[in-house]
Design a protein around this ligand. Structure first.
Ligand SMILES: Nc1ncnc2c1ncn2[C@@H]1O[C@H](COP(=O)(O)OP(=O)(O)OP(=O)(O)O)[C@@H](O)[C@H]1O
Length: 317
């Protein structure tokens, strides 16, 4: 039986995320577990509902995909309630990348975790004041983002957008950029990279190796930055596998870890995808806010995922 009053627990339901077949199941489970259900009708609702619910709710659940989760966390942040309102993920999206990374295996499991699971305080990222939980990716066009297929997203996660951008554009203008990363407490030096890039991928919870489930350490107070240099165009257009491009052997990748960075375009404004939502700007200031989001996690969640050789601090100078 639910241990809270209904209004202490709010579930924000996106009825059209993923295949849209989750609605009845989610409504049934959420009702059984004492949630007040707020169903979105249009873009912007999820954030507004979370902002309105956060001051009195102990827990806001996001039932949808990564976009819905992003909106819910932004709404709670807008209400300045991240310290008092925890978040749960009910995976009803296409890729459910974030849910997989925090050990949520499905709809029913999400509610088991809500009742019995651990709570962890994880980092969030901010980009010009907007919150992201998974990733912020520059160089993906809004068109490619909206056209990327469900199958491709399910298989590749955010890298599906990279693949679709490459495929739909055929050839593309690289981005003349300056990327300045700040000093970190683990010996990272402040550094500047300047050049022509195809994409800049910044992961809070996502690691860009080509493996969909690869998880970055989301409790280390650092963002993982991957710059795909322009020289990779030939490989990409030749059909090179994304795994190869992002692999450790790749010579076209620059990697950094840092608590904050600034990405500046020397030309036009760039489109960034924050967990799938588009933001266009010439200058982006990103930083981590460590241990800021309280989240319900399943047994499969690894606070300290094994790095192995998969994330070299830097592949080269
Ligand atoms: N009732 C609605 N009708 C149409 N669009 C909606 C509605 N509610 C939310 N949206 C839109 O859904 C998008 C978020 O979808 P979300 O990312 O959660 O699911 P997804 O794209 O299926 O999954 P994933 O992110 O895992 O690929 C937002 O852009 C939001 O504007």
């Amino acid at each position: 039986m639910p241990s809270h009053e209904a209004s202490d627990r709010v579930l924000v339901l996106n009825p059209v995320s993923g295949s849209g077949e989750h609605v009845d199941d989610v409504v049934g489970l959420a009702t059984d577990h004492g949630f007040e259900i707020m169903t979105t009708e249009e873009s912007g609702d999820a954030k507004r509902f979370a902002r309105e619910a956060a001051p009195s709710a102990d827990l806001v659940a996001a039932a949808g995909g990564d976009g819905t989760l992003n909106a819910v966390v932004n709404g709670i942040a807008d209400a300045a309630a991240l310290e008092t309102t925890a978040v749960a993920v009910v995976p009803a999206g296409t890729g459910n990348n974030f849910a997989a990374n925090v050990g949520i295996e499905g709809l029913e499991h999400a509610f088991t975790v809500i009742e019995d699971g651990r709570r962890r305080e994880i980092d969030i990222g901010t980009a010009n004041g907007r919150v992201f939980v998974n990733s912020c990716v520059g160089g993906i066009t809004a068109e490619a983002s909206s056209e990327t297929t469900t199958e491709s997203k399910a298989e590749l996660g955010v890298l599906a957008y990279v693949k679709n951008t490459v495929e739909t554009l055929g050839e593309f203008d690289s981005l003349p950029l300056r990327v300045e990363t700040a000093t970190g407490s683990n010996g990272e030096r402040a550094r500047a990279w300047e050049g022509e890039a195809l994409f800049v991928l910044v992961g809070n919870c996502r690691r860009f190796t080509g493996a969909r489930t690869a998880q970055a350490n989301v409790e280390d107070g650092r963002l993982e930055v991957t710059i795909v240099e322009d020289a990779a165009t030939t490989d990409l257009l030749g059909g090179a596998a994304l795994e190869g491009l992002f692999g450790q052997e790749s010579t076209h990748i620059v990697r950094r870890r840092t608590p904050s960075l600034v990405i500046e375009s020397h030309a036009d404004a760039i489109e960034y995808s924050l967990d799938g939502e588009i933001l266009e700007t010439e200058r982006l200031h990103l930083e981590t806010e460590p241990a800021t989001l309280t989240i319900a996690v399943g047994d499969g969640y690894r606070p300290d995922p094994d790095d192995g050789n998969r994330w070299p601090l830097e592949t080269r100078g």
